[in-house]
Design a protein around this ligand. Structure first.
Ligand code: BGC
Length: 733
């Protein structure tokens, strides 16, 4: 982490993996909250209804393709910045316009609407999750948000908190993990990091937007307890710790009601039970009625993607006929105003200059810490310093690193070294499906890192050619990739094209084969047992090539841990096939979330299934001994020792493994720790009681009984459990 604070000068107070925010910070936050509430009430009272309604809806300022509307464009206010969103302000009262940009992985430039405008492009959300490092989640989001602010934006449409329920979901690369604690804690730090730059952060997509297939008509049927204990818990932790100014509701339906017009989700869970004080904005094109306002939606965003601007004339009519209570109108406006005030958008000082070199450094740190070493037989990695010949194999390894597509797609300062339209899908989403490779090629990075070696290249188009190069090299490094994008799921976990055949041919020619995955999801690896080493690099961002070379050559000791399970096969998933996959867009489908709150590793534990690689798994070039677990069920203490001969980082993981004699698996604490060889560190974790409890319909219940906890190198590699007897406890949120 050295150098991280030097440039960003942030005072980061963290309670890694635990749930209590530091007391001093809470007091300061309460003051800001109270001042923001008072200002919002005072300011709203001075507004005309016309001004009130103007804050409740906004459009997508993209004058191109399917979004173009010359008539409206002629009326665009002067301070519009082309991008994801714009909501007019009220200059008379000092309320600025809201200028929104996507998102969690970098400030985007959709369809190149701001010619040549680039921004730091971070690795995938799953890479950020794999760091298990809340400080890096904070720093990454601060990086993105400070660039957003410097470009004139004041609302960031990130980050994505949805849990990875289905490893074929095309947007998983934007999300953090399959686990509510990990996503909640990392998501909270991302929110805090973004908002510390003076912009509003938005958590999304609330809730259960777990697949892209028929995303507007997908109805997720979920049991209330299961929902509260999984996806909702991730949002709840992120919201209570991070205090995002805004929450974006999802496209899909939850239990029969559209998420953006879902009274239960928005009014009961978010606003009543969690006492959320910010505003709910819609996803772009997710609103189908003005009545969504009484169901808890505060703002219709990206309105030209909806059939109507519901939150203007139709909502005014509801106010006139009494079906929109005046109090609710005031509440909608105040929520928006208080979040703008609390996050420094009112009377904002000019944006500080950004240090792009420092930001590139943060992108590189995330990539370095997010890369997961899945397998390393016979210490094939790191590459020997005296390796004389290396075969670099794989499509585009000579060009760049892959990124994910859709609204989160970034354009880094180095640009795209390849842009390959994939096509398929209808309308704007189809046009968005373009494979983009960030400049900075693994081939060049490896040649630079291994100046004495002969580093050859084969694109892997023909297995025979790849095998021939591998046969005459000391080691073969095969780059395989799978493109994922918003709007699309994958039918299965396979690597597309002939990549599996190519890996098989290479490893047959040279057993000293290392595979590097550039994927936005877990993938199947039929050749897993044959190759020596496997490295999951995800979509590694603009500094990805250098980070991959750092890890392969040992300059960086890998420390990433899987934030998602790599399934043994699609047959082991709660839904072996994606419901309604392949049907025409907007086919209605109801999906029973029969896994309940047991997602990913929890599902595997419940079913007695072993993963291909489990959640929490990740190797290092050194070894660690984690032990000495003591817990009373509220806190836990343990030690981690580096027993190897290199500095490295480990992630201590604590799991609940049984309750009242019934086996189960839940991550209840984690902490990343850096250790010099031979050194040891004592760690203390606070256990969030919700992770031990069941949702009882009105709150949480911890049943009296025996609770067993175990340390894990992964969700499957567990040490001997420690048993604790807990008393019954019942409480509400
Ligand atoms: C996505 C959101 C995004 C919005 C604005 C939607 O398609 O679902 O995540 O923030 O577009 O670009």
């Amino acid at each position: 982490m050295r150098g991280l604070y030097a440039t960003t000068a942030l005072a980061m107070l963290l309670g890694c993996g635990s749930v209590t925010a530091p007391a001093k910070e809470q007091v300061a936050a309460a003051k800001v909250d109270a001042a923001a509430d008072n200002w919002a009430v005072k300011t709203e009272a001075q507004m005309t209804d016309e001004e009130r309604f103007s804050l409740l809806h906004g459009f997508m300022p993209i004058p191109l393709g399917p979004f173009a509307n010359p008539e409206l464009q002629a009326k665009w206010p002067k301070d519009v910045i082309p991008g994801a969103g714009y909501v007019a302000g009220v200059p008379r009262l000092g309320i600025p316009s809201q200028r929104a940009t996507d998102a969690s992985l970098g400030v985007t430039n959709p369809f190149g609407v701001r010619k040549g405008d680039t921004a730091t492009a971070l690795p995938a959300g799953l890479a950020i999750g794999a760091t298990f490092n809340p400080e890096l989640a904070f720093a990454g989001a601060h990086t993105v948000a400070s660039e957003a602010r410097a470009k004139g934006f004041n609302v960031l449409l990130g980050g994505g908190i949805n849990l990875v329920r289905d490893p074929r979901n095309g947007r998983n690369f934007e999300y953090i993990s399959e686990d509510p604690l990990l996503s909640g804690i990392m998501g909270a730090e991302a929110v805090r990091g973004a908002q510390s730059a003076g912009v509003v952060s938005t958590v999304k997509h609330f809730s259960l937007n777990s697949n892209e297939t028929n995303r507007h008509t997908w109805n997720a049927e979920v049991d209330e307890a299961a929902h509260r204990e999984s996806d909702l818990l991730a949002f709840q932790i992120a919201i209570e710790r991070g205090k995002p100014g805004s929450v974006m509701c999802a496209y899909n339906l939850v239990n029969g009601h559209k998420a953006c017009g879902n009274d239960h989700l928005l009014n009961t869970v978010l606003k009543r039970d969690w006492r959320y004080r910010g505003w709910v904005m819609s996803d772009w094109g997710a609103v189908s009625g003005a009545d969504f306002a009484v169901k808890g939606l505060d703002q219709q965003a990206g309105e030209q993607l909806d059939k109507q601007v519901w939150f203007d004339a139709p909502l005014k009519a509801m106010l006139a006929d009494g079906s929109l209570p005046r109090d609710r109108l005031s509440d909608m406006v105040r929520r928006i105003l208080r979040s703008m005030k609390a996050n420094g958008l009112i009377d904002a000082a000019p944006a500080p200059a950004v240090d792009m070199a420092a930001h590139a450094g943060i992108a590189r740190q995330i990539a370095q810490q997010g890369i997961v070493l899945l397998k390393n037989d016979g210490n094939a990695l790191p590459l020997a310093a005296n390796v004389s010949s290396v075969a670099v194999i794989g499509r585009n390894a000579h060009v760049g690193v892959l990124s994910g597509g859709g609204s989160s797609q970034g354009l880094p300062p180095g640009g795209w070294s390849a842009s390959i339209p994939v096509g398929g899908g209808e309308g704007a989403i189809g046009a968005w499906r373009v494979e983009r490779w960030f400049a900075g090629a693994p081939l060049a990075a490896l040649r630079e890192a291994l100046p004495k070696a002969r580093v050859g290249f084969d694109p892997g188009l023909y297995p025979q050619d790849a095998a021939a190069l591998a046969a005459r090299s000391d080691v073969a490094i095969v780059f395989v990739s799978k493109y994922e994008a918003e709007g699309f799921d994958s039918p299965d976990l396979s690597l597309p094209g002939n990549q599996d055949a190519m890996v098989e041919a290479v490893v047959a020619a040279n057993p000293n084969t290392i595979v590097v995955l550039e994927t936005g999801n877990p993938v199947a690896m039929p050749w897993r047992d044959k190759v020596k080493a496997i490295v999951a690099a995800w979509y590694p961002g603009q500094e990805g090539a250098a980070a991959i070379a750092d890890v392969l050559t040992g300059k960086v000791n890998p420390s990433g841990r899987l934030p998602v399970s790599f399934p043994a096969s699609t047959e082991t998933l709660p839904r072996p096939a994606i419901p309604s996959y392949g049907t025409p867009e907007n086919t209605h489908v109801t999906v029973q979330m029969n896994e309940g709150s047991d997602i990913g590793y929890r599902w595997n534990a419940r079913q007695g299934i072993k993963a291909l690689f489990p959640f929490g798994h990740g190797l290092s070039y050194t070894q660690f001994a984690t032990g000495g677990l003591r817990t009373d069920g509220t806190t836990a203490s343990l030690t981690v020792r580096n027993t190897g001969d290199r500095p490295g980082a480990s992630v201590a993981q604590l799991y609940l493994v049984s309750r009242g004699g019934k086996a189960m698996r839940r991550l209840v604490g984690f902490q990343r720790v850096e250790l010099a060889p031979g050194s040891e560190k004592a760690i203390r974790m606070t256990i969030d009681p919700r992770l031990l409890a069941d949702w009882n319909g009105a709150g949480w219940t911890i049943a009296a009984g025996e609770y067993r906890f175990a340390l894990g190198d992964s969700a499957e590699m567990l040490s001997a459990p420690v048993a604790v007897s807990l008393k019954r406890r019942v409480w509400s949120d």
